[in-house]
Design a protein around this ligand. Structure first.
Ligand SMILES: [Mg+2]
Length: 389
């Protein structure tokens, strides 16, 4: 039975910022709480389940903040989990809906910590609890930030390919100067990285239907890999029209997909070829698996997004979900490489072999998430600690 939940907000010593068409996010200066990751520990019958998520707002379309996640867990979700079994995953997820709607990042960190606890209790890696290992080696994708200067974009894309051997790039698009500028960015990156790299674009809802069709047709001769969320979240008709005119180039939903019901609506509208699943956006592994099932029923592939900035635990959760899904049901590659020491190491996990190798990563095989937090580092980097008991 769950008898205690601890919540830690921990520091990110190396600041990371990203710019995209609908906003920007920033991990903030060291020691400020806003935008820092939340780690939870669930204690039950001698087992401790641990998970971490970095709430990505302000400035992002997923609205959870560090403070909202801490409050949701401390005041509402956490107390309602006390006395339950770590295996009551469905009833706990139902409780989340009933006690406090929304808040996907707060739910995700708890849901993932329960999977870590179940894995530790059963001495199995999380992927063995959710279907087994279909893909032990996971290809990785690098999302390239928008920038005013095309040289900055090309430098980041080239670094991903040359330093990490990344084979899939996603270029942020819907530059404020118009879609023609996006075509210039695409052309410059394609020229720099050559023909063997898959390059997709993500305008983050910043294009109109007309912009989308014009830009896509201009990029097609340069081998456009996929189109992520060109138009507004609710514009399923627009997505479906773009898909019809894309000549087979896959269209992916990100902002349009938060819930199981969103997944069903996208499938019914014939709007997309792929769902972008981010565990912090959909509420963890339990809802992600259900969205995966809707995708399987409607021939919609899965893509695993979410950068997992300086969090080995967050990256591991993505990796276990990815590994448990058959190759033919996936599109693209795992995006969680900022949790794999690509920009800076995870301050809480100083020793690790869960890192990028030849553009890929191997799913951890130890019990639970298979990532061990260093206790001294946790004590050193903790900015805020709360307990539910
Ligand atoms: Mg996106």
């Amino acid at each position: 039975m769950i008898d205690k939940i601890e919540i830690f907000v921990t520091d990110i010593p190396v600041r990371v910022k990203r710019i995209f068409s609908s906003g920007s996010w920033d991990t903030g200066p060291p020691a400020s709480l806003l935008s820092k990751p939340v780690l939870v520990r669930i204690y039950a019958d001698g087992v401790i389940g641990t998970a971490q998520i970095r709430p990505i707002s302000p400035g992002h379309f997923v609205s959870d903040t560090t403070h909202s996640v801490v409050a949701a867990i401390k005041e509402i979700y956490g107390p309602a989990m006390l006395g339950k079994s770590i295996f009551e995953i469905e009833s706990i997820n139902q409780m989340f809906d009933q006690r406090l709607a929304g808040n996907p990042a707060a739910r995700a960190v708890l849901d993932i910590a329960l999977y870590d606890a179940m894995g530790k209790a059963l001495k199995q890696p999380v992927h063995n609890l959710i279907g087994g290992c279909c893909q032990p080696v996971i290809p990785l994708e690098w999302s390239v930030s928008l920038a005013d200067d095309v040289g900055t974009i090309v430098t980041e894309a080239t670094r991903a390919v040359e330093e990490f051997d990344i084979k899939v790039l996603c270029i942020k698009a819907a530059d404020r100067r118009g879609w023609r500028q996006d075509v210039k960015h695409f052309e410059a990156v394609r020229k720099a990285v050559g023909p063997d790299i898959t390059i997709g674009i993500d305008p983050n809802t910043g294009w109109s239907l007309s912009d989308s069709l014009l830009a896509i047709h201009a990029m097609m001769p340069m081998d456009l890999g996929y189109i992520e969320q060109p138009v507004a979240r609710r514009d399923l008709r627009g997505l479906a029209e773009i898909r019809r005119q894309a000549q087979g180039i896959p269209v992916m939903a990100d902002e349009s997909l938060f819930t199981l019901q969103d997944a069903y609506a996208l499938a019914e509208a014939d709007a997309v070829d792929a769902y972008c699943i981010k565990l912090y956006k959909v509420g963890g592994i339990t809802p992600a698996r259900k969205i995966g099932a809707v995708g399987e029923a409607s021939n919609i592939a899965l893509n695993i997004g979410g950068l997992a900035v300086q969090s080995q635990l967050e990256a591991a959760a993505g990796a276990h979900f990815y590994a448990s899904t058959p190759v033919k049901r996936m599109m693209g590659a795992g995006e969680f490489l900022f949790g794999l020491n690509a920009t800076a190491p995870d301050p809480l996990v100083p020793e690790t072999d869960f890192v990028i190798k030849n553009g890929c990563v191997e799913v951890p095989t130890g019990p639970g998430l298979g990532v061990t937090v260093d206790e001294a580092a946790l004590a050193k980097f903790t900015l805020l600690r709360e307990t539910v008991a």
